[in-house]
Design a protein around this ligand. Structure first.
Ligand code: FES
Ligand code: MG
Length: 592
């Protein structure tokens, strides 16, 4: 904590509250911020004015506990000599927002950029948690580039049902199978799913929320050891207080997102993502963040720096445990401890704490080696993403760990080539089409089908829907076939374990090759060459392309809201982060 709360340098907030050259505006700004009890001495003290970017609300239940934690953040800021201005951020509720929460990440980003840029803030505490609240906040802080520190709300406590852990999201897939098999009824279905949510906090599985909160710590943007603390624990309140203390010093030190978010920081996060079994949404969000902070990062970096890293964290959906266990076993620090020992981490990256990654994490031990495995005894050897290419898309990502024995048996095309697989395409146009037809036997889905979902990308289903995790039809589940491979131009929930190739770019709606695919086409996977191709002659592809263009391109539904239309006009593809392309040029825009 700073001995002298008055900053050694002129703070940005002085341009509002203490500007002798523009006394008219200073008076106007002051009189209104005084009207709820702040004093002139505080506003003109030269002390940092710290925002709390509040993402918690009744509409955002995963982050709602931030309304409570903010009290401890305030005490931390006050204790360190800062002045607090708390304000709401556009809420994003991953599972409740229609048509998809993916639509709102960039909207929340835009709103927060305006707030951080346009108001008298010297630094900000970003309250992160539910999937897209984290990238939205980090992206905005990166664009504006004022000192910023993230505070995770933390995961829910573990869910339990009949002595078994029930994990957020993951239990839905399981319950759906039990329902299809007639083992539970609708009421039992809801009861089983609800058991996974015993407390305040975000999803307790290694879904996108736990992934993004872990990667925020891995990037150096939150205090060490903070990501995994469950929301209701007292440690979370302490962490909120310390985060409040620290942001004030960060303002004195002028430690900004651009000082932390270097290329090396992103490469560290990619390695950590493989080791934790992170969500396939991570490349989208981190690539977006990199673009807003002006760091070179490509989809190929995910394979180059992540594919060979083993899975160490034994959390659902890939493993068996949940958030409380992850924290008890040591969380992100224990994972870093293993990766640093193997030389897989850039240790000199600076963190918001003021320390480097190496100073924070070198030598940290695992507390429970069943929950976080040592490097010598991983759950999966090569756990990162493989970037697939072919005549259906320029890039898509696959978790190699999803290639199961059952998959090998059902799709192997040639016994002499263990890396080549073939199946027959069944094509769905968007999630509604899938829901209507998945159980219809006349669609002809068999144990050799590959399910395709198109029209689910950033333009086709504005924001990109989390719908590529398609289940097998009920009649196949009854025969014991629970999963079929899925490929699509949309996203997949991080809580799903289904074998999928996701984030195919470019999407069908902007003319990507998936738009040319037909049900019944043979499709070949070659894992050795990292390719997926539809096996139709090139001349036939040319013909289909002509027909598509003559029909005016791949059809997708009209926009339902103004924002859908605005975003569709300027959004990029998932491969490059699905950012608002014309926002990228605005970098480091804060004026001091
Ligand atoms: Fe919000 Fe999972 S739905 S964290
Ligand atoms: Mg999700």
């Amino acid at each position: 904590m700073s001995a002298d709360p008055v900053s050694p340098r002129a703070l940005r907030s002085r341009a509002w509250f203490d500007n002798p050259d523009n006394i008219d505006m200073t008076a106007l700004y002051l009189e209104r911020y005084l009207n709820f009890g702040l004093t002139l001495e505080e506003l003109q003290s030269g002390r940092p004015i710290i925002g709390i970017a509040q993402t918690g609300s009744d509409l955002s239940p995963c982050n709602r506990h931030h309304l409570v934690l903010a009290e401890r953040v305030r005490e931390g800021i006050r204790s360190a000599g800062g002045i607090v201005l708390e304000f709401p951020v556009h809420p994003i509720q991953e599972t409740g927002k229609r048509p998809t929460a993916g639509l709102d990440r960039n909207l929340s980003y835009l709103g927060l950029v305006e707030l951080l840029y346009g108001y008298p803030l010297d630094g900000v505490v970003l309250t992160i948690g539910c999937d897209k609240t984290t990238p939205a906040c980090l992206m905005a802080a990166a664009t504006v580039n004022i000192p910023a520190i993230a505070l995770s709300v933390g995961p829910m406590l573990n869910g339990w049902h009949k002595g078994q852990r029930t994990g957020s999201g993951t239990i839905v897939w399981k319950a759906r199978e039990l329902l299809a098999a007639g083992e539970i009824d609708n009421a039992g279905f809801i009861k089983l799913v609800a058991s996974s949510a015993p407390s305040t906090g975000y999803c307790n599985t290694m879904g996108t929320a736990t992934t993004m909160n872990s990667l925020t710590e891995a990037l150096g943007m939150s205090l060490p050891g903070s990501a995994a603390i469950p929301a209701p624990y007292r440690d979370r309140q302490e962490n909120a207080y310390r985060t409040g203390l620290r942001i004030v010093d960060m303002v004195h030190e002028d430690l900004k997102p651009s000082d932390v978010l270097t290329r090396e920081a992103f490469l560290n996060a990619i390695a950590v993502n493989s080791a934790i079994g992170g969500s396939t949404n991570a490349p989208i969000h981190l690539n977006a963040l990199a673009r807003h902070v002006g760091v070179e990062l490509s989809i190929d970096d995910w394979q180059d720096k992540g594919e060979h890293v083993p899975l160490l964290v034994n959390l659902q959906p890939a493993g068996e445990y949940l958030g409380e266990d992850y924290y008890r076993a040591g969380g992100v620090p224990a994972v870093f401890g293993q990766l640093i020992e193997q030389g897989l981490i850039h240790e000199d990256v600076k963190c918001v704490s003021g320390q480097t990654i190496g100073e924070q994490y070198r030598g940290v031990q695992i507390e429970d080696e069943d929950v976080i495995r040592p490097f010598s005894r991983p759950l999966v050897e090569r756990a990162g993403f493989v970037v697939m290419r072919g005549n259906l898309f320029n890039s898509a990502i696959m978790k190699t760990s999803v290639i199961s024995e059952a998959f090998r048996e059902r799709y192997l095309s040639n016994p002499d080539d263990p890396d080549a697989f073939e199946g027959v395409a069944v094509v769905f146009d968007g999630p509604e089409d899938y829901h209507h037809r998945i159980d219809d036997p006349s669609v002809g889905i068999t144990a050799n089908s590959i399910l395709f979902m198109r029209g689910a990308g950033p333009v086709g289903y504005p924001g990109a829907a989390e719908v590529v995790n398609m289940r097998a039809p009920d009649y196949l589940i009854k025969q014991g076939i629970h999963q079929l491979p899925c490929i699509g131009d949309g996203r997949q929930s991080g809580t799903s374990g289904s074998p999928s190739i996701l984030n195919a770019s470019p999407e069908a709606a902007v003319g990507g090759g998936l738009a040319l695919l037909k049900t019944g086409d043979k499709v070949r996977f070659d894992l050795r060459k990292s390719r997926v191709d539809v096996l139709v002659p090139p001349s036939e592809i040319v013909e289909r392309r002509k027909a598509l263009e003559a029909a005016g391109g791949y059809p997708y539904p009209e926009s339902q809201t103004p924002w859908q239309e605005i975003q569709r006009a300027v959004v990029g593809q998932l491969e490059t982060g699905a950012v608002l392309e014309n926002a990228v040029k605005y970098q480091r825009i804060a004026q001091t």
